[in-house]
Ligand binder design. Sequence first.
Ligand SMILES: [Mg+2]
Length: 86
Amino acid sequence: MNLSELQAAQMEQMTIKDCLPKDETEVVLHLVEEVGEVCEAIREDDREELKDEIADVLWQLNKLCWINKLDLEEVFLHKLNKNKDR
Ligand SMILES: [Mg+2]
């Protein structure tokens, strides 16, 4: 699966569970919380937890993209190309 397909699969699951994101601020707060959990996993040297928390960060990023009608893969590739020329 590429990033666009992952984003679509996540949003499909969230649609089925009737929990689509409604509030951008709430999504950003969750994203920051998950980044904090990544930090905690690193501090505790817990590799399994790190994997879960990295996935949670992507989960929240996907929600942020969805709420802003952005394709995460497109956004990332655009930035990757932009950085290439720096
Ligand atoms: Mg988490």
